[in-house]
Design a protein around this ligand. Sequence first.
Ligand code: NAD
Ligand code: UFG
Length: 341
Amino acid sequence: MKVLVTGGLGYIGSHTVVELIQKGYEVIIADNLSNSSIEILKKIKQITGFRPLFKLIDFREMDEVKSLFNEYEFENIIHFAALKSVSESVKFPNLYHENNVGSLNNILECIKSNPRKNFNLIFSSSCTVYGQANKLPITEDSPVVKQESPYGETKKKCEEIISEFCKKNTNLNSISLRYFNPIGAHKSALIGELPNGVPQNLVPYITQTAIGIREELTIFGSDYPTKDGTCIRDYIHVIDLAISHIDSLNYLINLNEKNHYSFFNVGTGNGTTVLELVNTFEKVNKIKLNYSFGGRRDGDITEAFADCSKIHNELKWKANLTLEEALESAWKWEKNLNSKD
Ligand code: NAD
Ligand code: UFG
């Protein structure tokens, strides 16, 4: 079974590629390396024993996307390729729209022009589409709200485009996965998250502080209406997240239906405060972290954690790995990265 993985050298993509190869899928990675490195291919080979096919392409370029569809035989697509920085998207909204929405439109155009083939598409969405939900845990019935950032807008827009496309085209079935907060790395510590510049996300900031690249972690806000005053998120191990893509794909492959579109939360169902996460990191890795409390970060929501019963009931997927395992793997990855510097 062949699978095209767009953005397959990125953080979540590379972990998914490893899981796909280990389950016997034939993978074609297509990436423009805008936020990843070709070195990841070697790491994938080191872990799995296989070097997947790789095509350097930019999904914004229709000619390149067309030649990819002509050159390779595939009907299954996992679409990770996108830009993902919320703050960068505020500075460059057009870039985010062109890259994230434009790339999806090019893929859909190629699907449309191959009507004799039936495609399955898994799309990387985000729990950002819910904003600050009124009811927790967040179910898929929670309304999708107007987005605060251009990045969030691209995710909302892409979901809408896919949903409409599936209604009109019988040769595409699709699932959007709304990720909560992916963290951690492969247990080999050969692949993991590679933040560009100063990390904006909590766990890479923690590991870079622990290793001495950053002086101190600032915990953004200590006066939120939560049990310890810090924000609550649902942190999911990237390996569990990777597996959710394969389960989603298998569901579509075995589906005897046309015009199918559905969307699922992918989280653990557990809400963890920033302070709890910091304490767990210190405990499992036997390390003291330098941190202090600062003001709230603009745009942060107080609390988000998933109700994952829909994906469990319909796709039989659930998270299996713990926060401890995720934070242990994140630290092992950071140490491995720095041992080579
Ligand atoms: P990442 O930046 O590590 O990976 C994205 C990959 O896509 C990179 O390898 C990049 O080079 C490639 N890419 C980007 N634009 C491209 C283009 N036009 N053509 C070809 N390749 C392109 O990001 P990630 O964390 O692995 O995220 C993967 C997906 O998951 C993204 O769609 C992201 O928006 C979504 N997501 C991520 C998170 C998160 O916290 N990491 C949360 C929710 C959703
Ligand atoms: N945090 C800190 N200090 C830091 C970094 C983060 O205290 O240096 C806190 C944040 O304030 C937040 C929590 O840690 O309370 C998690 O922050 P992240 O930036 O890791 O994650 P977010 O939930 O804010 O954002 C993530 C993705 C976004 C996506 C959003 C959806 O990074 O792309 O989830 O809700 F849009």
